[in-house]
Design a protein around this ligand. Structure first.
Ligand SMILES: [Zn+2]
Ligand SMILES: [Zn+2]
Length: 382
């Protein structure tokens, strides 16, 4: 084995219509500013599935952006970490652009290239197939590509956590849980005694519901087509649940939500569905000055329409990436909330064992059977 590479296993995405396949690969040694992390477990996020299934990436590629693991090696310029540290990986950012400078790194000018290009920031590929003469597999997804036994990350997207915490359970904090909770705490800054409608009760929506409860919202209205999910929503803090199938059209549904809150509707609405008609319903549920957060953008080119007159009473529609979270501050805060019993995000998780079950985990999430799959690669953590 050449000194500048290590042998790894990864669940590789070869094409949009093919299942992930466990493959032996070679991973480059960490560059000066990189951290080599032995991945213990990884969450699966809808973004992984969408990216592959809609062909929004280059192939073949190692996806995965909710990795947790143990620091195995450090580039020469890395000072914040030591070998053996337990870490949660999240999205990456440059740290220097105008948005990063004002503490909004999820809107980094380089968000697309750092998280979705499949390469290091300098354009290099980090993975190659076992017999490949040169780098022939893309990686660097969210500067981690965590569907693998080892990953390369940066200091910016690596968060140190206590060694006594159950590491696999922390995986979804890096994206799904952070996105839902961050939308409520950071983006909307939901206040006590307010009303919020949350469309979609997957990992992001349920995390938003738990956060809204912590924030002291008075009416937390959970909307999902799957009645099993609305039951879960209620257990986690929703005060009301709504199943769209019970209504003949959008107007009826919106009027029902407004009848719960009174006084013109909700202060806040969150759409996690990525469906234009649902986003419109979320917007229509809000009162004057109400804010609607759009978390899932659907696919490129998708549009939503709102009546201009509907916007007039001070209402706004806001896109949200990663819940406006500064992961290094926000993830430890969420862990503290979990420890205090106020934020039981572990209830969203179903664990799978072994990299070979990555495709099964993806399927279980796609069908809605599982809210948040976490695949554990290191049996000693199972
Ligand atoms: Zn930036
Ligand atoms: Zn994600």
């Amino acid at each position: 084995m050449p000194e500048n590479e290590i042998a790894i296993q990864a669940a590789v995405a070869y094409a949009s219509d093919q299942p992930l396949r466990t493959t032996n690969l070679m991973l480059k040694a960490p560059a000066e500013n990189e951290i080599l992390v032995r991945i213990v477990a990884s969450g699966v996020c809808h973004t992984d599935i969408m990216t592959k299934n809609k062909g929004l990436c280059v192939f073949p590629i190692v996806l995965g952006h909710e990795g947790v693991g143990i620091v195995a090696a450090l580039g020469d310029d890395v000072s914040e970490f030591e070998i053996g540290d337990h870490v949660v990986l999240s999205y990456d950012y440059c740290g220097q652009c105008p948005q990063c400078e004002v503490g909004k790194p999820s809107y980094c000018n380089d968000h697309g290239s750092l998280n979705f290009s499949g390469t290091r920031p300098n354009g290099e590929k980090t993975h190659r197939s076992e017999n490949g003469a040169s780098s022939d597999v893309f990686g660097s997804f969210f500067q981690q590509s965590s569907f693998a036994t080892y990953a390369l990350s940066h200091e910016t997207n690596t968060i140190k956590v206590d060694k006594d915490l159950p590491l696999p359970m922390l995986a979804p904090l890096g994206c799904g849980v952070q996105t839902g909770a961050g939308t409520v705490f950071n983006t909307l800054a939901v206040e006590a005694d307010t009303s919020i409608a949350i469309f979609g009760c997957g990992c992001v929506g349920l995390s938003a519901i738990m956060a809204a409860k912590v924030a002291g919202a008075k009416n937390i209205i959970a909307i999902d087509i799957n009645p099993r999910r609305t039951i879960m929503a209620k257990e986690l803090g929703a005060t009301h649940t709504v199943v769209p199938g019970d209504f003949t059209n959008s107007t009826e549904l919106v009027e029902h939500v407004k009848s719960i809150t009174g006084v013109g509707g909700c202060h806040y609405a969150v759409d996690t569905s990525g469906i234009p008609d649902v986003l419109r319903q979320a917007f229509d549920c809000c009162r004057p000055l109400g804010v609607t957060a759009m978390i899932a953008p659907g696919v490129p080119g998708m549009e939503v329409s709102v009546e201009m007159l509907g916007l007039l009473p001070g209402k706004s529609l806001r896109g949200v990436v990663q819940g406006d979270s500064q992961s290094k501050v926000f993830i430890p805060m969420l862990i503290d909330l979990w420890k205090s019993g106020q934020f039981p995000f572990d209830r969203l998780i179903t664990t799978f064992e072994s990299l070979d079950n990555m495709e099964a985990a993806v399927s279980a999430m796609s069908t809605g059977d599982v809210i948040k799959p976490v695949v554990i690669f290191d049996k000693s953590f199972a």
